[in-house]
Design a protein around this ligand. Structure first.
Ligand SMILES: *[C@@H]1O[C@H](CO)[C@@H](O)[C@H](O)[C@H]1NC(C)=O
Ligand SMILES: *[C@@H]1O[C@H](CO)[C@@H](O)[C@H](O)[C@H]1NC(C)=O
Length: 429
């Protein structure tokens, strides 16, 4: 028998929402007749999975499987297929709302999602290790001889040579990069990757004529750069910054730009020297141009988030409270990001994003608008569209916050968003 439970997704929550198991949703048995359209299941196109990505599930009228980590938009009809263990969703009616979730639940869901991502990584690691089983055997033999061999190191050597070999096919090269991305997340592995010459190879891969190689090279680079000052320095000296900006400034598939933006973010964060170079090379104009190119909308919030983080990072360093070394504080002083942001009229570009439907996006944009308020106030005061949007946001969040409070959540997520909206409205009076 095909037994399933179903519920209506309320709000925007990750696929592993704990309420599937814990909360008092109205559970409905699905009749056999409801399940027929399973056969017409649409394949979900494999997008890429940035580590910083919250992937979004796009519901249609057909049931589709929700992949781990995907966020399901409000109003989707979600069910748990007890036979396969898969969660599935399709478009549903928003009015069948029986419950909502609190910020606490959201946090739990996010924690759960992270766990699942870890599990996925682990599975990927197993897969990679399986391919190199002989190494494991070698290792055992070495251990018998009291010698120790670094498995990760050996695997990376093989992957690099696979990527570098002219005998490898495009698919093999992409697969090698895909696997490398996993290893270079670890700080020590990334340093080895550097000393093996792998870093320069992926930097050179950024101007490959093959989009797939560019994309995966940027992915590996971004992973290696994350919180790794040594790699950041070597990468900027190896010309990575220019190449990433070229990718972002020229016509490229979205997937390539997405990964290039990810790598650029990893390059700039906590590295004021790179931030200076970025400004000198016209990087800010390049990011601005993404707002004029068609089809790049999914990058907009990422760009705004990056700029917000860089502005906050500089402010914190100048406050000196975060243990930043004096030379670095000096370097941050040279980063004239805010004046450039104001001069290029990012004020309006940012506030326009408040019209986006996702709460999570709005949360990020509201933060950025607050930071820009000191510099963009006059611009914002004369902006009729902005004041209309803020008014709409206020009534939406008043309602959601009230609902939240009725459910006993006094310091809820929507209350916080409402607070940000109100502060901005007040400052514009
Ligand atoms: C890549 O291949 C070239 C040509 O075979 C070789 O000279 C170079 O050392 C290789 N680089 C790495 C990092 O293995
Ligand atoms: C990429 O650029 C570097 C230097 O900018 C050049 O040496 C290399 O040949 C280029 N590679 C490709 C595939 O165009």
């Amino acid at each position: 028998m095909n037994s399933e439970v179903s519920l209506t997704a309320r709000g925007f929550f990750p696929a592993f929402h704990p309420c599937f198991f814990l909360c008092e949703f109205a559970l409905t048995k699905i009749e056999e007749s409801d399940i027929k359209d399973d056969s017409g299941k649409e394949p979900i196109t494999e997008d890429d999975a940035d580590p910083e990505d919250l992937e979004v599930f796009y519901p249609t009228h057909q049931w589709q499987t929700i992949r781990p980590g995907q966020a399901v938009p409000a109003g989707s009809h979600v069910r748990l297929n007890l036979q396969t263990g898969d969660r599935e969703a399709k478009l549903g009616k928003v009015d069948v709302v029986s419950n909502s979730f609190t910020a606490q639940e959201l946090k739990k869901a996010l924690a759960k999602m992270k766990e699942n991502e870890k599990a996925e990584r682990k599975a990927h690691e197993e897969e990679v290790r399986k391919k190199f089983r002989p190494i494991e055997q070698l290792k055992e033999e070495f251990e018998k001889l009291n010698m120790k061999m670094e498995t990760d190191y050996e695997i990376m050597v093989k992957l690099i040579s696979k990527f570098n070999s002219s005998a490898s096919t495009l698919d093999e090269k992409v697969a090698a990069l895909y696997d490398l991305e996993y290893y270079v997340h670890q700080v020590d592995n990334a340093k080895d990757f550097l000393s093996m010459g792998g870093l320069q190879l992926v930097i050179d891969g950024l101007n490959s004529t093959e989009a797939a190689l560019k994309e995966h090279a940027a992915f590996v680079l971004g992973a290696a750069l994350s919180s790794n000052p040594k790699v950041q320095i070597e990468a900027i000296e190896g010309g990575a910054l220019q190449k990433l900006l070229v990718i972002l400034a020229t016509e490229q598939p979205l997937a390539v730009k997405k990964k290039a933006l990810f790598a650029l973010s990893s390059m700039l964060r906590h590295f004021p020297y790179a931030q200076q170079q970025f400004l000198k090379l016209g990087g800010l104009q390049v990011l601005r141009s993404l707002f004029r190119q068609k089809g790049m909308e999914t990058l907009h919030v990422r760009v705004v988030t990056l700029l917000y983080d860089l502005i906050v990072e500089k402010v914190r360093s100048q406050e000196g409270g975060d243990g930043t070394r004096p030379e670095k504080i000096q370097q941050y002083r040279q980063v004239k990001l805010v004046p450039a942001v104001v001069e290029q009229d990012w004020c309006v570009v940012v506030s326009n994003l408040l019209a986006m439907p996702e709460h999570d996006t709005r949360e990020k944009v509201l933060k950025m608008v607050s930071v820009l308020m000191a510099f963009c106030k006059e611009r914002y005061r004369g902006d009729q569209a902005l004041s209309t949007t803020l008014g709409l946001l206020r009534s939406e969040y008043e309602e959601l916050a009230a609902e939240e409070q009725r459910e006993g959540d006094k310091e809820g997520y929507f209350k916080e968003l409402l607070g940000s909206v109100n502060t901005i409205i007040q400052e514009l009076r």
